[in-house]
Every structure is written in structure tokens, then in C-alpha cells.
Design a binder for this molecule. Structure first.
Ligand SMILES: [Zn+2]
Length: 421
């Protein structure tokens, strides 16, 4: 329950947000039935359709069929643009932002709660505007507040799944029993996923920090609670421990080798190595990070050294048959809205086939989130999370950086110049 002044404030805030959106955004939001027409549709599973009409009713896709006849009065003709499912990023830190002093926001920087909240809302809007309609934020407690505000329709943003925090080898003392209790506490607080740190940061060398017994407890309890476990692991040993102890997904894995990748395959573990955006973003924004925690000269040097390894790692992963390679950027402050740069890196620098990269950011990402019956495809019954790009990303992956249309749950948030009849 909110007081009258609080409600007035909320109304003023949403009005202010509305006024700052480009006119085509506010004007184009519709419910009911709408038909989208496009010359080219990538369905999210690797299929390409041509001259297709997609009918959306009350936020769901209700028909996908060959274009025919005149578009209904409220139809949206996307012309020669390429339609695809809203992109999914399985690893972001939606709460990280550059503060009012042009530095990485930290708890002690003096930013007000309102500045923090608006900055997070800004990250959410930048992400949605770039065509990412779902993100998994493996981050902090207040990501839940953002998730809930977006779900209520208070502010525009992608669907957010969040871990609400993370655990490591020292959490609650680190015994298997106490690690299990930590998982249950996250579950009770409303976490969508459990984030586990099982190795040091790449800036500190990346070696394993959690034992088999600890990972068995953390990931085993996650499974018992019906939650997925996403594990930060860089060294081969750390990745292997996560795989053999039933963890759902491994992040980073910069030092994974062939044996490690085959263990991931054997255990059906999703794998999300990064190609470049996270490193380039840190290096581009060095002045904003330097001097905070392990963002020091040694840390930046390790990231520069990791770049060629990371690019090669994408290539090896994408050439490993049946490895469940998924898309995640590890977007931090400065990278929100640049998520598609990682797709470009994976294809151009890592050599992943473009269609496979797109699948890894749509239907396969949805599978990794256990939302594969809900999002990640242009198909009947799926949520109407639909975007369009200027150009065909299968032949030119850079087109994913030219998103011109964004619909989420049937609401249009972006429609740059598409003809509306
Ligand atoms: Zn991360």
C-alpha cells in the first residue's frame, strides 16, 4: 500500500519517463491484435522464413503464416527488415552504472538512492532499446526491485531474472551444510537463479576456489530447490568441478581446454564464455574503473592478455559438437545497450556461425533459463517478444547493432521508421 504523496510521486516519475521517450515509443504502444509483416523472419531455432505475417494478440504470438492480402488497418509493415525473437542475454549486471562523478558506482560513492534507481532504470531501457527483451542479472539484491518494477509495468525494460546476490567458498563459513542454507535463503528472498563464484577473477588469475564438496552442496541444493545454478569459473579445474557436480551453467571458462569442454558436453552443462565486450568495455572505460578493487594495472594487463584466448575459446566452443554454448555478455557499467557487440565478436573474431550465434541468444538461451516454451522463438503460443534489424544478421551479424523495432509482450517500445498503416 502506498500513501497519496508516494502515488503522486510515482505518477510524476512515470509521466517524466514518458515525456523523455522519443515520440514513436509512447505513441506506438498497443494491446489487442496486431499483424506484423516482414520479408524475412529468423525463427530463433535456425530457420529462416520469407514474406511472413505474424499475428500478435494480447501479448502472444497467435499465428505465423505466409503474407497474404492487404495488411489490416493497425498492421505494422516492417518491409525488408529482418524480424527475429527478442534477444536474450544470460549474464548481465543490470545494476552497475557510471556514477555522478563519472566513476563506477560503489556503495560509498554518495549517490542517492534515487540516482541509483534511475541509473538502473536507464540501464534497463538501454538494454530493451537495443533489442534485448530478456536478461539474467547475476548480481545484487536490488535487481529484484528493478525486476518487479518492470513486471508491474511501472518502467520499460527487459524481462529480468536475477540471483539477488552471489555465494562463494566463504559464504556462511563455507561448510556444505551452511552453503545449502545460503541457497535456501536466496530462494526464500525470491531469487530466480543461484550465482556461485567457484574461481578467482580473471584479474587475479582465475584459479579454483571452491572444492568439489562445496560445489556439490551449492549446486545440488539449487537443483533440490528447483533453481538453476550459474557458476563463475575460469580455470579448467574450476570449470570441471562445476560440470561434474551438477551445476547448470558455467560462465567465462577462459582457460577451458578440450577435456573440459567434453566434460561440459557429457554433463549437459550450459557454457557461456565471453568473446570481447566485457574486456573491451573495461579497457574503453579504464578511467572509470581504475583504482577500485582489483581494477588496477595488473588487472587490466590480465584482461588484455585474455582477449586472444577468449576469442579462440569461442571458436573452440562453437566447434565442439552438442556443447550447449549460450549467449551472455557479462555487461557491467558502460556496456548496457552494447550487448550485441558480443555477438559481433563471437562471429567475426571467434568464428561462430552467425545463425548459431543468433540461436544461442534466442531459443538456446531460453532453454538455459528454462523458459524455452515461453520465449526465444517466433512461433505460435510464444510471448510476443519480437525485434527487427536493419539488414540480415545471418549474412551480416553487425545488423544486430541496428535494431529498429522492439516489441515485448506485445507492446511496441521502438519502431524507427517502419510504416504503420
Ligand atoms: Zn558477471
Amino acid at each position: 500500500m502506498s500513501s497519496v504523496p508516494a502515488r503522486r510521486l510515482a505518477r510524476a516519475v512515470s509521466l517524466a519517463l514518458l515525456l523523455t521517450l522519443p515520440p514513436h515509443v509512447a505513441a506506438a504502444q498497443t494491446r489487442g491484435t496486431v499483424v506484423l509483416r516482414a520479408a524475412r523472419v529468423i525463427d530463433g531455432t535456425g530457420k529462416l522464413l520469407t514474406n511472413t505475417d505474424i499475428t500478435v494478440s494480447d501479448g502472444r504470438i497467435t499465428a505465423v503464416r505466409p503474407s497474404s492480402g492487404a495488411l489490416p488497418a493497425n498492421g505494422i509493415d516492417l518491409g525488408t527488415r529482418t524480424v527475429l525473437p527478442g534477444l536474450i542475454d544470460t549474464h548481465v549486471h543490470i545494476g552497475w552504472y557510471v556514477n555522478t562523478k563519472n566513476r563506477l558506482h560503489t556503495e560509498s560513492d554518495g549517490d542517492s538512492p534515487a540516482t541509483q534507481a534511475y541509473s538502473q532504470a536507464g540501464n534497463a531501457w538501454a538494454t530493451l532499446h537495443a533489442g534485448f527483451t530478456t536478461v539474467q542479472s547475476i548480481g545484487e539484491e536490488d535487481n529484484g526491485t528493478l525486476r518487479d518494477a518492470i513486471n508491474r509495468g511501472t518502467i520499460p525494460g527487459p524481462r529480468v531474472l536475477t540471483s539477488l546476490g552471489s555465494m562463494n567458498e566463504r559464504s556462511a563459513g563455507g561448510s556444505p551444510g551452511s552453503l545449502r542454507a545460503v541457497v535456501r535463503r536466496f530462494k526464500a528472498a525470491g531469487a530466480d537463479v543461484i550465482k556461485v563464484f567457484a574461481s578467482k577473477s580473471i584479474r587475479d588469475g582465475g584459479e579454483a576456489t571452491m572444492s568439489d564438496a562445496q560445489l556439490a552442496a551449492a549446486c545440488g541444493e539449487s537443483t533440490a530447490q528447483g533453481l538453476r545454478s550459474v557458476v563463475h569459473a575460469h580455470s579448467a579445474e574450476a570449470v570441471q568441478r562445476a560440470a561434474r557436480n551438477g551445476c547448470t551453467q558455467v560462465e567465462h571458462g577462459v582457460f577451458a581446454d578440450d577435456i573440459t569442454r567434453s566434460m561440459l558436453v557429457r554433463n549437459g552443462t550450459f557454457f557461456d564464455p565471453q568473446c570481447g565486450l566485457v574486456f573491451h568495455n573495461y579497457l574503453d572505460n579504464k578511467i572509470r574503473f581504475e583504482g577500485i578493487g582489483n581494477y588496477n594495472s595488473v588487472g587490466f594487463a590480465s584482461m588484455e592478455k585474455a582477449l586472444p584466448l577468449a576469442e579462440a575459446g569461442i571458436g573452440s566452443a562453437s566447434r565442439t559438437p552438442t556443447l550447449k554454448l549460450v549467449f551472455g555478455t557479462d555487461a557491467v557499467a558502460g556496456a548496457h545497450g552494447r550487448n550485441a557487440e558480443e555477438l559481433v565478436c563471437r562471429v567475426r573474431r571467434g568464428g561462430q556461425p552467425a545463425m548459431d550465434a543468433i540461436v544461442s541468444a534466442t531459443s538456446r538461451a531460453a532453454e538455459s533459463l528454462r523458459l524455452d516454451r515461453e520465449i526465444g522463438r517466433i512461433a505460435v503460443g510464444y510471448a510476443a517478444d519480437i525485434i527487427a534489424t536493419d539488414g540480415n544478421p545471418v549474412t551480416e551479424i553487425e545488423a544486430t547493432q541496428r535494431v529498429v523495432f522492439v516489441m515485448r509482450n506485445g507492446l511496441v517500445y521502438r519502431n524507427d521508421g517502419a510504416r504503420r498503416r
